[in-house]
Design a protein around this ligand. Structure first.
Ligand SMILES: *Cc1c(COP(=O)(O)O)cnc(C)c1O
Length: 420
Protein backbone atom coordinates (compact mmCIF):
# COMPACT_ATOMS: atom_id res chain seq x y z
CA UNK A 1 0.00 0.00 0.00
CA UNK A 2 1.25 3.44 -0.88
CA UNK A 3 1.64 5.86 2.03
CA UNK A 4 -0.12 9.13 1.32
CA UNK A 5 0.29 12.42 3.13
CA UNK A 6 -2.28 15.12 3.48
CA UNK A 7 -0.51 18.20 2.23
CA UNK A 8 -0.13 20.34 -0.86
CA UNK A 9 3.65 19.90 -0.71
CA UNK A 10 3.24 16.15 -0.88
CA UNK A 11 0.91 16.46 -3.88
CA UNK A 12 3.40 18.70 -5.67
CA UNK A 13 6.20 16.29 -4.94
CA UNK A 14 4.15 13.41 -6.39
CA UNK A 15 3.60 15.44 -9.56
CA UNK A 16 7.30 16.14 -9.86
CA UNK A 17 8.16 12.47 -9.55
CA UNK A 18 5.39 11.40 -11.94
CA UNK A 19 6.90 9.72 -15.03
CA UNK A 20 3.75 10.66 -16.99
CA UNK A 21 3.74 14.25 -15.75
CA UNK A 22 4.65 15.78 -19.12
CA UNK A 23 1.83 13.99 -20.98
CA UNK A 24 -0.66 16.55 -19.68
CA UNK A 25 0.98 19.06 -22.04
CA UNK A 26 -0.30 17.02 -24.99
CA UNK A 27 -3.91 17.94 -24.16
CA UNK A 28 -5.94 21.12 -24.19
CA UNK A 29 -7.21 21.76 -20.73
CA UNK A 30 -10.68 23.33 -20.69
CA UNK A 31 -11.02 26.86 -19.42
CA UNK A 32 -14.18 28.01 -17.76
CA UNK A 33 -15.35 31.37 -16.52
CA UNK A 34 -13.79 30.64 -13.14
CA UNK A 35 -10.10 31.26 -12.72
CA UNK A 36 -9.41 27.57 -12.27
CA UNK A 37 -10.91 24.44 -13.75
CA UNK A 38 -10.47 20.95 -12.40
CA UNK A 39 -11.60 18.45 -15.02
CA UNK A 40 -12.43 15.08 -13.51
CA UNK A 41 -14.95 14.07 -16.15
CA UNK A 42 -12.93 11.82 -18.46
CA UNK A 43 -15.45 9.10 -17.62
CA UNK A 44 -17.87 11.00 -19.83
CA UNK A 45 -15.71 12.81 -22.38
CA UNK A 46 -11.92 12.70 -22.54
CA UNK A 47 -9.99 15.90 -23.29
CA UNK A 48 -8.82 17.01 -26.71
CA UNK A 49 -5.30 16.00 -27.72
CA UNK A 50 -3.51 19.05 -29.15
CA UNK A 51 -2.67 17.02 -32.25
CA UNK A 52 -6.34 16.31 -33.03
CA UNK A 53 -6.72 19.39 -35.20
CA UNK A 54 -3.60 18.59 -37.20
CA UNK A 55 -4.78 15.03 -37.85
CA UNK A 56 -8.22 16.24 -38.93
CA UNK A 57 -6.67 18.89 -41.17
CA UNK A 58 -4.55 16.24 -42.87
CA UNK A 59 -7.72 14.46 -43.92
CA UNK A 60 -9.31 17.72 -45.03
CA UNK A 61 -6.25 18.55 -47.12
CA UNK A 62 -6.31 15.18 -48.87
CA UNK A 63 -10.02 15.54 -49.48
CA UNK A 64 -9.45 19.04 -50.86
CA UNK A 65 -6.52 18.18 -53.10
CA UNK A 66 -7.00 14.55 -54.07
CA UNK A 67 -10.71 13.96 -53.48
CA UNK A 68 -11.66 10.36 -54.20
CA UNK A 69 -8.04 9.36 -54.61
CA UNK A 70 -7.72 9.74 -50.84
CA UNK A 71 -9.06 6.24 -50.45
CA UNK A 72 -6.04 4.84 -52.27
CA UNK A 73 -3.13 7.23 -51.82
CA UNK A 74 -1.44 8.84 -48.85
CA UNK A 75 0.07 7.52 -45.67
CA UNK A 76 -2.08 5.83 -44.70
CA UNK A 77 -4.73 5.70 -47.42
CA UNK A 78 -8.28 5.93 -46.11
CA UNK A 79 -9.03 2.31 -46.95
CA UNK A 80 -6.51 1.14 -44.38
CA UNK A 81 -6.64 4.08 -41.98
CA UNK A 82 -8.16 1.78 -39.33
CA UNK A 83 -5.30 -0.72 -39.18
CA UNK A 84 -2.75 1.15 -37.06
CA UNK A 85 -5.47 2.32 -34.71
CA UNK A 86 -6.79 -1.20 -34.24
CA UNK A 87 -3.26 -2.27 -33.42
CA UNK A 88 -2.94 0.42 -30.75
CA UNK A 89 -6.25 -0.60 -29.24
CA UNK A 90 -5.35 -4.28 -29.37
CA UNK A 91 -2.45 -3.52 -27.05
CA UNK A 92 -4.73 -1.60 -24.70
CA UNK A 93 -7.38 -4.35 -24.49
CA UNK A 94 -4.98 -7.30 -24.59
CA UNK A 95 -5.97 -8.71 -27.97
CA UNK A 96 -4.44 -9.67 -31.29
CA UNK A 97 -4.79 -6.85 -33.85
CA UNK A 98 -7.09 -8.98 -36.02
CA UNK A 99 -9.41 -9.47 -33.04
CA UNK A 100 -10.14 -5.72 -32.88
CA UNK A 101 -12.28 -3.70 -35.27
CA UNK A 102 -13.28 -0.07 -35.30
CA UNK A 103 -16.79 0.70 -36.48
CA UNK A 104 -20.06 2.49 -35.63
CA UNK A 105 -20.89 3.37 -32.02
CA UNK A 106 -21.01 1.19 -28.94
CA UNK A 107 -24.72 0.42 -28.91
CA UNK A 108 -24.80 -0.31 -32.64
CA UNK A 109 -21.90 -2.71 -32.17
CA UNK A 110 -23.72 -4.34 -29.28
CA UNK A 111 -26.61 -5.08 -31.62
CA UNK A 112 -24.38 -6.36 -34.41
CA UNK A 113 -22.45 -8.70 -32.15
CA UNK A 114 -25.60 -9.93 -30.42
CA UNK A 115 -26.80 -10.98 -33.89
CA UNK A 116 -23.82 -13.32 -33.94
CA UNK A 117 -23.42 -14.25 -30.30
CA UNK A 118 -26.88 -14.26 -28.82
CA UNK A 119 -28.37 -17.42 -30.26
CA UNK A 120 -31.20 -18.55 -28.01
CA UNK A 121 -32.11 -22.23 -28.20
CA UNK A 122 -35.03 -24.04 -26.59
CA UNK A 123 -32.96 -24.84 -23.52
CA UNK A 124 -30.96 -21.64 -23.34
CA UNK A 125 -32.72 -18.38 -23.93
CA UNK A 126 -31.57 -16.17 -21.09
CA UNK A 127 -29.22 -13.23 -20.87
CA UNK A 128 -27.52 -12.59 -17.56
CA UNK A 129 -27.12 -8.88 -16.81
CA UNK A 130 -26.59 -6.69 -13.78
CA UNK A 131 -29.30 -4.68 -12.11
CA UNK A 132 -28.80 -0.97 -12.92
CA UNK A 133 -27.09 -1.66 -16.22
CA UNK A 134 -26.45 1.45 -18.32
CA UNK A 135 -29.79 2.44 -19.89
CA UNK A 136 -28.65 2.00 -23.49
CA UNK A 137 -27.63 -1.58 -22.68
CA UNK A 138 -31.00 -2.25 -21.10
CA UNK A 139 -32.88 -0.86 -24.11
CA UNK A 140 -30.68 -2.75 -26.54
CA UNK A 141 -30.88 -6.09 -24.72
CA UNK A 142 -34.64 -5.88 -24.25
CA UNK A 143 -35.12 -5.08 -27.93
CA UNK A 144 -32.88 -8.02 -28.89
CA UNK A 145 -35.03 -10.32 -26.78
CA UNK A 146 -38.23 -9.01 -28.35
CA UNK A 147 -36.66 -9.46 -31.78
CA UNK A 148 -36.29 -13.16 -30.95
CA UNK A 149 -39.89 -13.26 -29.71
CA UNK A 150 -38.85 -13.48 -26.07
CA UNK A 151 -40.52 -11.50 -23.31
CA UNK A 152 -37.76 -9.43 -21.61
CA UNK A 153 -39.34 -10.23 -18.26
CA UNK A 154 -38.58 -13.88 -18.91
CA UNK A 155 -35.39 -13.47 -20.87
CA UNK A 156 -33.25 -11.49 -18.43
CA UNK A 157 -31.66 -12.76 -15.24
CA UNK A 158 -30.41 -9.85 -13.15
CA UNK A 159 -27.52 -10.00 -10.72
CA UNK A 160 -28.37 -7.79 -7.76
CA UNK A 161 -26.41 -6.39 -4.86
CA UNK A 162 -27.31 -7.65 -1.40
CA UNK A 163 -29.68 -5.58 0.74
CA UNK A 164 -27.79 -2.65 2.23
CA UNK A 165 -24.86 -3.06 -0.18
CA UNK A 166 -24.08 -0.74 -3.07
CA UNK A 167 -21.98 -2.98 -5.28
CA UNK A 168 -22.25 -6.53 -6.59
CA UNK A 169 -20.27 -9.30 -4.99
CA UNK A 170 -18.15 -11.30 -7.38
CA UNK A 171 -19.11 -14.49 -5.56
CA UNK A 172 -22.79 -13.72 -6.13
CA UNK A 173 -22.29 -13.30 -9.87
CA UNK A 174 -20.43 -16.61 -10.03
CA UNK A 175 -23.12 -18.29 -7.95
CA UNK A 176 -25.85 -17.06 -10.29
CA UNK A 177 -23.95 -18.44 -13.28
CA UNK A 178 -23.41 -21.71 -11.44
CA UNK A 179 -27.07 -21.95 -10.54
CA UNK A 180 -28.74 -20.85 -13.78
CA UNK A 181 -25.91 -21.49 -16.25
CA UNK A 182 -27.77 -24.13 -18.22
CA UNK A 183 -30.55 -21.65 -19.10
CA UNK A 184 -28.18 -18.81 -19.92
CA UNK A 185 -27.25 -18.24 -23.55
CA UNK A 186 -25.24 -15.10 -22.92
CA UNK A 187 -23.53 -13.45 -19.96
CA UNK A 188 -23.51 -9.70 -20.67
CA UNK A 189 -21.77 -7.55 -18.09
CA UNK A 190 -19.77 -4.33 -17.97
CA UNK A 191 -16.02 -4.44 -17.45
CA UNK A 192 -16.54 -1.60 -15.00
CA UNK A 193 -19.89 -0.36 -13.72
CA UNK A 194 -20.58 3.18 -14.91
CA UNK A 195 -22.37 4.37 -11.78
CA UNK A 196 -20.54 2.72 -8.90
CA UNK A 197 -17.10 2.51 -10.50
CA UNK A 198 -16.86 -1.18 -9.57
CA UNK A 199 -14.59 -3.28 -11.81
CA UNK A 200 -15.73 -6.82 -12.47
CA UNK A 201 -13.41 -9.77 -12.55
CA UNK A 202 -13.73 -10.45 -16.25
CA UNK A 203 -11.31 -13.35 -16.16
CA UNK A 204 -13.14 -15.31 -13.46
CA UNK A 205 -16.57 -14.54 -14.88
CA UNK A 206 -15.49 -15.74 -18.32
CA UNK A 207 -14.08 -18.93 -16.88
CA UNK A 208 -17.21 -19.71 -14.89
CA UNK A 209 -19.55 -18.88 -17.77
CA UNK A 210 -17.60 -21.11 -20.14
CA UNK A 211 -17.72 -23.98 -17.64
CA UNK A 212 -21.48 -23.71 -17.94
CA UNK A 213 -21.44 -23.44 -21.72
CA UNK A 214 -22.47 -19.79 -21.92
CA UNK A 215 -21.12 -17.16 -24.30
CA UNK A 216 -19.59 -14.12 -22.56
CA UNK A 217 -19.54 -10.54 -23.77
CA UNK A 218 -18.49 -7.33 -22.04
CA UNK A 219 -19.47 -3.71 -22.38
CA UNK A 220 -16.13 -2.01 -21.83
CA UNK A 221 -17.32 1.60 -22.13
CA UNK A 222 -15.94 2.37 -18.68
CA UNK A 223 -13.16 -0.15 -18.47
CA UNK A 224 -11.19 0.49 -21.67
CA UNK A 225 -8.24 2.73 -20.88
CA UNK A 226 -9.25 2.59 -17.23
CA UNK A 227 -8.19 -0.88 -16.06
CA UNK A 228 -5.94 -3.51 -17.65
CA UNK A 229 -7.51 -6.11 -19.98
CA UNK A 230 -6.33 -9.41 -21.39
CA UNK A 231 -9.31 -10.23 -23.54
CA UNK A 232 -7.52 -12.80 -25.67
CA UNK A 233 -5.92 -14.72 -22.80
CA UNK A 234 -9.09 -14.62 -20.75
CA UNK A 235 -10.95 -16.18 -23.68
CA UNK A 236 -13.70 -13.53 -23.70
CA UNK A 237 -15.99 -14.21 -26.67
CA UNK A 238 -16.69 -10.62 -27.67
CA UNK A 239 -16.69 -7.06 -26.34
CA UNK A 240 -17.65 -3.55 -27.38
CA UNK A 241 -16.54 -0.12 -26.22
CA UNK A 242 -16.58 3.57 -27.08
CA UNK A 243 -13.43 5.61 -27.60
CA UNK A 244 -14.58 9.01 -26.41
CA UNK A 245 -14.37 8.41 -22.65
CA UNK A 246 -11.02 7.41 -21.16
CA UNK A 247 -9.41 6.96 -24.60
CA UNK A 248 -9.93 10.67 -25.50
CA UNK A 249 -10.81 9.99 -29.14
CA UNK A 250 -13.30 12.86 -29.49
CA UNK A 251 -17.07 13.26 -29.03
CA UNK A 252 -19.00 10.39 -30.60
CA UNK A 253 -15.94 9.01 -32.37
CA UNK A 254 -15.94 5.53 -33.91
CA UNK A 255 -16.43 2.66 -31.44
CA UNK A 256 -14.39 -0.49 -30.93
CA UNK A 257 -15.19 -4.15 -30.78
CA UNK A 258 -13.40 -7.39 -30.02
CA UNK A 259 -14.15 -10.85 -31.35
CA UNK A 260 -12.01 -13.72 -30.10
CA UNK A 261 -10.14 -15.51 -32.87
CA UNK A 262 -11.63 -18.85 -31.84
CA UNK A 263 -14.84 -17.64 -33.50
CA UNK A 264 -13.28 -16.62 -36.82
CA UNK A 265 -13.91 -19.88 -38.60
CA UNK A 266 -17.43 -20.41 -37.29
CA UNK A 267 -20.59 -20.05 -39.28
CA UNK A 268 -22.35 -17.36 -37.32
CA UNK A 269 -25.34 -15.24 -38.15
CA UNK A 270 -24.04 -11.89 -39.17
CA UNK A 271 -25.42 -8.73 -40.71
CA UNK A 272 -23.01 -8.01 -43.53
CA UNK A 273 -22.05 -5.13 -45.77
CA UNK A 274 -19.32 -4.50 -48.30
CA UNK A 275 -16.82 -3.17 -45.72
CA UNK A 276 -16.71 -6.60 -44.12
CA UNK A 277 -15.14 -7.82 -47.34
CA UNK A 278 -11.45 -8.13 -48.10
CA UNK A 279 -9.97 -4.89 -49.35
CA UNK A 280 -8.32 -6.65 -52.32
CA UNK A 281 -11.65 -7.86 -53.67
CA UNK A 282 -14.21 -5.35 -52.42
CA UNK A 283 -13.84 -3.16 -55.49
CA UNK A 284 -14.55 -6.09 -57.84
CA UNK A 285 -18.23 -5.55 -57.03
CA UNK A 286 -19.00 -9.25 -56.79
CA UNK A 287 -22.48 -10.45 -55.80
CA UNK A 288 -21.15 -12.43 -52.82
CA UNK A 289 -18.95 -11.16 -50.06
CA UNK A 290 -15.35 -12.33 -49.74
CA UNK A 291 -15.23 -11.73 -45.98
CA UNK A 292 -12.30 -10.47 -43.96
CA UNK A 293 -11.24 -13.19 -41.53
CA UNK A 294 -11.19 -11.30 -38.27
CA UNK A 295 -13.18 -8.82 -36.24
CA UNK A 296 -13.13 -6.46 -39.23
CA UNK A 297 -15.46 -8.91 -40.98
CA UNK A 298 -18.20 -7.33 -38.85
CA UNK A 299 -17.64 -3.91 -40.44
CA UNK A 300 -20.50 -2.92 -42.71
CA UNK A 301 -20.13 0.63 -44.00
CA UNK A 302 -17.45 2.99 -45.24
CA UNK A 303 -14.92 4.20 -42.68
CA UNK A 304 -15.89 7.46 -40.98
CA UNK A 305 -12.50 8.83 -41.91
CA UNK A 306 -12.76 12.14 -40.08
CA UNK A 307 -13.58 10.33 -36.85
CA UNK A 308 -10.46 8.28 -37.20
CA UNK A 309 -8.35 11.41 -37.28
CA UNK A 310 -9.11 12.61 -33.76
CA UNK A 311 -8.94 9.06 -32.44
CA UNK A 312 -5.51 8.70 -34.00
CA UNK A 313 -4.20 11.74 -32.16
CA UNK A 314 -5.29 10.12 -28.88
CA UNK A 315 -4.00 6.62 -29.58
CA UNK A 316 -0.59 7.96 -30.59
CA UNK A 317 -0.23 9.20 -27.03
CA UNK A 318 -0.89 5.69 -25.71
CA UNK A 319 1.54 4.16 -28.22
CA UNK A 320 4.35 6.12 -26.63
CA UNK A 321 3.80 5.18 -23.00
CA UNK A 322 4.11 2.19 -20.75
CA UNK A 323 0.69 0.86 -19.83
CA UNK A 324 2.16 -0.39 -16.58
CA UNK A 325 3.20 3.12 -15.60
CA UNK A 326 -0.16 4.41 -16.74
CA UNK A 327 -2.21 2.10 -14.54
CA UNK A 328 0.25 2.50 -11.69
CA UNK A 329 -0.20 6.25 -11.77
CA UNK A 330 -3.97 5.88 -12.00
CA UNK A 331 -4.03 3.77 -8.84
CA UNK A 332 -1.93 6.30 -6.94
CA UNK A 333 -3.95 9.27 -8.11
CA UNK A 334 -7.27 7.72 -7.15
CA UNK A 335 -5.77 6.24 -3.98
CA UNK A 336 -4.73 9.76 -2.99
CA UNK A 337 -8.22 11.06 -3.74
CA UNK A 338 -9.77 8.33 -1.60
CA UNK A 339 -7.30 8.96 1.24
CA UNK A 340 -8.13 12.67 1.34
CA UNK A 341 -11.88 12.17 1.11
CA UNK A 342 -11.85 9.61 3.91
CA UNK A 343 -9.84 12.03 6.05
CA UNK A 344 -12.64 14.57 5.73
CA UNK A 345 -14.82 12.16 7.65
CA UNK A 346 -18.04 13.87 6.64
CA UNK A 347 -21.41 12.26 7.23
CA UNK A 348 -22.89 13.99 4.20
CA UNK A 349 -21.65 11.40 1.74
CA UNK A 350 -20.01 8.03 1.34
CA UNK A 351 -17.71 6.53 -1.27
CA UNK A 352 -19.65 3.71 -2.91
CA UNK A 353 -16.82 2.53 -5.17
CA UNK A 354 -14.98 -0.53 -3.78
CA UNK A 355 -12.03 0.30 -1.52
CA UNK A 356 -9.90 -2.45 -3.03
CA UNK A 357 -7.84 -0.80 -5.83
CA UNK A 358 -8.11 -4.00 -7.90
CA UNK A 359 -11.88 -3.66 -7.94
CA UNK A 360 -12.03 -0.21 -9.46
CA UNK A 361 -10.45 2.12 -11.99
CA UNK A 362 -9.81 5.82 -11.62
CA UNK A 363 -13.41 6.79 -10.83
CA UNK A 364 -14.72 7.23 -7.33
CA UNK A 365 -18.47 7.54 -6.98
CA UNK A 366 -19.62 9.62 -4.08
CA UNK A 367 -23.11 8.89 -2.83
CA UNK A 368 -24.49 12.03 -1.22
CA UNK A 369 -26.65 11.63 1.83
CA UNK A 370 -27.90 15.04 2.90
CA UNK A 371 -26.87 17.82 0.56
CA UNK A 372 -27.33 15.93 -2.68
CA UNK A 373 -27.41 18.07 -5.79
CA UNK A 374 -26.49 21.21 -3.85
CA UNK A 375 -23.11 19.69 -3.16
CA UNK A 376 -22.61 19.01 -6.85
CA UNK A 377 -23.64 22.55 -7.74
CA UNK A 378 -21.30 23.98 -5.15
CA UNK A 379 -18.44 22.05 -6.74
CA UNK A 380 -19.42 23.23 -10.21
CA UNK A 381 -19.52 26.85 -8.99
CA UNK A 382 -15.93 26.42 -7.91
CA UNK A 383 -14.70 25.32 -11.31
CA UNK A 384 -14.85 21.58 -10.70
CA UNK A 385 -16.11 19.52 -13.64
CA UNK A 386 -17.48 16.22 -12.36
CA UNK A 387 -20.85 14.70 -13.12
CA UNK A 388 -24.07 14.11 -11.33
CA UNK A 389 -26.17 11.00 -11.80
CA UNK A 390 -29.65 10.75 -10.37
CA UNK A 391 -30.66 10.11 -7.70
CA UNK A 392 -27.57 10.94 -5.63
CA UNK A 393 -24.22 10.09 -7.16
CA UNK A 394 -21.29 12.37 -7.98
CA UNK A 395 -18.72 10.68 -10.21
CA UNK A 396 -15.16 11.90 -9.84
CA UNK A 397 -12.60 10.52 -12.27
CA UNK A 398 -9.02 11.83 -12.25
CA UNK A 399 -7.41 10.72 -15.51
CA UNK A 400 -3.79 9.50 -15.39
CA UNK A 401 -2.90 11.27 -18.64
CA UNK A 402 -3.94 14.79 -17.80
CA UNK A 403 -4.79 15.14 -14.12
CA UNK A 404 -2.39 15.89 -11.29
CA UNK A 405 -2.02 15.09 -7.62
CA UNK A 406 -2.21 18.80 -6.94
CA UNK A 407 -5.64 18.95 -8.61
CA UNK A 408 -6.79 16.08 -6.44
CA UNK A 409 -5.64 17.97 -3.36
CA UNK A 410 -7.31 21.22 -4.42
CA UNK A 411 -10.50 19.37 -5.33
CA UNK A 412 -10.81 17.87 -1.87
CA UNK A 413 -10.23 21.29 -0.31
CA UNK A 414 -13.16 22.60 -2.39
CA UNK A 415 -15.21 19.58 -1.35
CA UNK A 416 -14.36 20.28 2.28
CA UNK A 417 -15.70 23.82 2.03
CA UNK A 418 -18.76 22.66 0.09
CA UNK A 419 -19.86 20.19 2.74
CA UNK A 420 -19.29 22.56 5.63
C1 LIG B 1 -21.10 5.48 -22.45
C2 LIG B 1 -21.78 4.17 -22.50
C3 LIG B 1 -22.47 3.75 -23.63
C4 LIG B 1 -22.57 4.68 -24.82
O1 LIG B 1 -23.12 4.09 -25.92
P1 LIG B 1 -23.04 4.82 -27.35
O2 LIG B 1 -23.74 3.88 -28.22
O3 LIG B 1 -21.60 5.04 -27.66
O4 LIG B 1 -23.74 6.14 -27.23
C5 LIG B 1 -23.05 2.50 -23.64
N1 LIG B 1 -22.95 1.69 -22.56
C6 LIG B 1 -22.29 2.07 -21.45
C7 LIG B 1 -22.18 1.14 -20.29
C8 LIG B 1 -21.70 3.32 -21.39
O5 LIG B 1 -21.08 3.71 -20.28
Amino acid sequence: MHKYEQSLEYAKRMDKEDPLGSVRELFYYPTSTQNQTIYFCGNSLGLQPKKAKEEIEKILETWKNDAVEGWFIGEPDWLSINLDLEKSLARIVGAKPEEVALMNGLTVNLHLLFVSFYQPTKERIKILMEENAFPSDQYAVKSQLRFHGIDPEKGIIECKSRPGEKTLRSEDILKTIEEFGEEIALVWLPGLQYLTGQAFNMKTITQKAHEKGCIVGFDMAHSVGNIPHKLHDWGVDFAVWCNYKYINGGPGTVGGCFVHEKHFGEELNRFEGWWGGKRETMMLMQPDIDPIIGAAGWQISSHPVLQYASLKSALKIYDDLSLEEYFEKSKKLTGFLEFLIRNLGSENYEIITPANPDERGCQLSIGTINKGKELYEELANNGVVVDWREPNVIRVAPHPLYNTFEEVYVFVEILRKAVE
